[in-house]
Design a protein around this ligand. Structure first.
Ligand code: NAD
Ligand code: GLY
Length: 379
């Protein structure tokens, strides 16, 4: 029952068609209030929790306890942490476990964790009993600003990352900013890249705000952190509302990802290079290529590189520990990307900070030449 003293949260709506709109709640204390918030916004449904062992150790108890108290608890499936969990085997095990718990059409799946858990649990929720409702409870900064919103679910295959998946929008997203207090610093920084990305794509004022307030955000000041997450989610919600299934504008969200995914795949999706770190380098490459094409000033490129470097993030391929990749290796991996059509990469380039655009006009040969020079440190 509400005491009237709970901390407030910000509500960001995601406006989609035919009854699929939902809210993203952002603020402190949402993990403990989840059963009450789910009941108020979705109804008296039974819940199956999916999480990983790191998150379970730190954040599962209040959620599980609250659901049990209300008689809405079906069970918890705890997975090993890490990208390898986004596999066909883990998906199959999870689906069977949900069925064994007795999950019915009217019940819901709660994804408590980072993007790995959100993507996998979302995929399972979209296929078990031909689709059940999903509540995303993101516990990484990356998941709070990006992966929990927008409905993309997926697993990896030997052919590449996220090549199998569905679109399945959540019914509610609860982003508890206090959950981020237990996140390792490197993971927090990695997620920060995806927040800064929204400023770089379409919101120059937000990027300038981050330049002034990065220290407060990094120190997890509640107001600064909530503003960062809410602004990011609004940015994503606007794009997803325009292009839910990524036939156009949603590709803008891939700023830095064409290069970033290739680097991540080359590094073997390992601790050597986290997703956000790969995207930080990818964004700097996209800005560098835009500068070479005469689209953007050296000053803007320097601003972005300085911002990421100041946040303790890598900005160059040479910043990846160990021996670097060959340009041809990266191009071959980029050729597997979902965004490659007719052999030409779909690139997200920029005409300025906050002014990203989608193009297929840059020839692969030019990209290869650019990457060769970047890898050899000649530019
Ligand atoms: P993750 O889920 O692997 O989490 C990172 C690490 O942090 C894990 O070890 C996890 O156990 C741990 N962790 C999570 N929350 C914690 C907490 N509060 N305290 C302590 N430890 C915690 O990684 P991620 O960066 O959240 O997500 C990356 C995944 O998201 C990738 O698979 C990527 O493809 C996917 N993604 C999906 C979308 C989408 O739109 N669906 C968008 C971006 C990324
Ligand atoms: N993270 C990219 C998207 O949701 O489309």
């Amino acid at each position: 029952m509400s005491t009237g003293r709970e901390p407030t949260f910000e509500v960001v709506p995601v406006a989609l068609g035919s009854g699929r709109s939902y809210d993203v709640l952002i603020g402190p204390g949402l993990l403990g209030r989840a059963p009450e918030l789910i009941e108020a916004r979705i109804g008296s449904t039974r819940c199956a929790i999916v999480t990983d062992s790191n998150v379970a150790a730190r954040h599962l108890a209040p959620l599980e306890g609250g659901l049990k108290q209300k008689g809405r608890y079906l069970g918890t499936h705890i997975l090993p942490p890490g990208e390898a969990t986004k596999s066909f085997t883990a998906l199959a095990d999870l689906c069977e476990r949900l069925l064994r718990m007795g999950l019915e059409r009217g019940d819901l799946v709660v994804a408590l964790g980072g993007g790995v858990i959100g993507d996998l649990a979302g995929f399972a929720a979209s296929i078990v009993r031909r689709g059940v409702r999903l509540v995303q409870m993101p516990t990484t900064l990356l998941a709070q600003v990006d992966s929990s919103v927008g409905g993309k679910t997926g697993i990896n295959s030997p052919q590449g990352k996220n090549l199998l998946g569905t679109f399945h929008q959540p019914s509610l997203v609860l982003a508890d900013i206090e959950a981020l207090a237990t996140l390792p610093l490197r993971e927090f920084r990695s997620g920060y890249v995806e927040a800064a990305k929204y400023g770089l794509i379409a919101d120059a004022a937000f990027f300038a705000w981050l330049e002034r307030n990065r220290a407060a955000v990094s120190a997890q000041d509640g107001v600064a952190l909530a503003h960062t997450i809410a602004t990011s989610v609004k940015g994503k919600a606007e794009i997803v509302a325009r292009d839910e299934k990524e036939t156009g504008d949603r590709m803008l969200l891939n700023l830095g990802h064409t290069f970033g995914h290739a680097l991540e795949a080359w590094a073997g999706y390992s601790d050597r290079l986290l997703h956000g770190e790969a995207v930080a380098i990818g964004i700097c490459l996209a800005f560098g290529l835009s500068q070479e094409l005469g689209l953007i000033s050296a000053h803007d490129v320097a601003r972005v590189e300085a911002h990421f470097a100041g946040a303790g993030l890598p900005t160059r391929i040479a910043d990846i520990p160990g021996a670097g990749p060959q340009p041809a290796e990266l191009l071959e991996i980029m050729g597997q990307d979902k965004k490659v059509r007719d052999g030409r990469p779909t690139l997200i380039l920029v005409r300025g900070i906050g002014n990203a655009f989608i193009t297929r006009d840059v020839a692969s040969a030019m990209v290869q030449d650019f990457l060769s020079r970047r890898i050899e440190g000649r530019t």
